[in-house]
Design a protein around this ligand. Sequence first.
Ligand code: GLN
Length: 196
Amino acid sequence: MTFRIGVLAYQGDVSEHLAAMRRALSDGEVIPVRSPDQIETISGLVIPGGESTAISEVLENFATAISDHGDSMAIWGTCAGAITLSTEVIDPDGSIDRKVTPLRRMSIATVRNYYGSQKDSFQVPLELKGVGRFPAVFIRAPAIERAWGDAEVLGSFDDKIIMVRERNMLATTFHPELVTDTGVHDYFIGMAREMM
Ligand code: GLN
């Protein structure tokens, strides 16, 4: 089987993820995913940043394909994508945020727009387990408020979790596709290769 990574291609940072993944992956294919039948042809799926309310609606069409094949591929959600993988999407006061219906695949609770609006975007160098020092870009980013069970924290900023791995799944609240450093893409490619 060809080693293939797919990027959910409806809304958000799709072209940036396709380009970054193509820079990082020299011996495989990187494809835009627009239909649920493509899911069984890939070893890794990226759910990009964008608007989680819109992306979670799109994912309703993929729910069956992801539940059938989600344990035999790696899945990575960045920013809005991380929100869609959460078990709980909560408001800062801890009540459930009902604007998003998440896939509930990762043992994490996220708070949308934790770092403020678009104008509050920022970049900060952070140490990430398995990756090293990385320039993390935050844009209307969520916070990962809690991680439990098999979820392993790979990075934090101030008192919030920003990167978590749980078995074959990865969540980052920042945008690795917007910088030239492909360290986090390389890390995810490694996870996807383990699924071959
Ligand atoms: N704030 C956005 C949301 O809740 C996420 C922002 C992003 O992906 N850059 O969907």
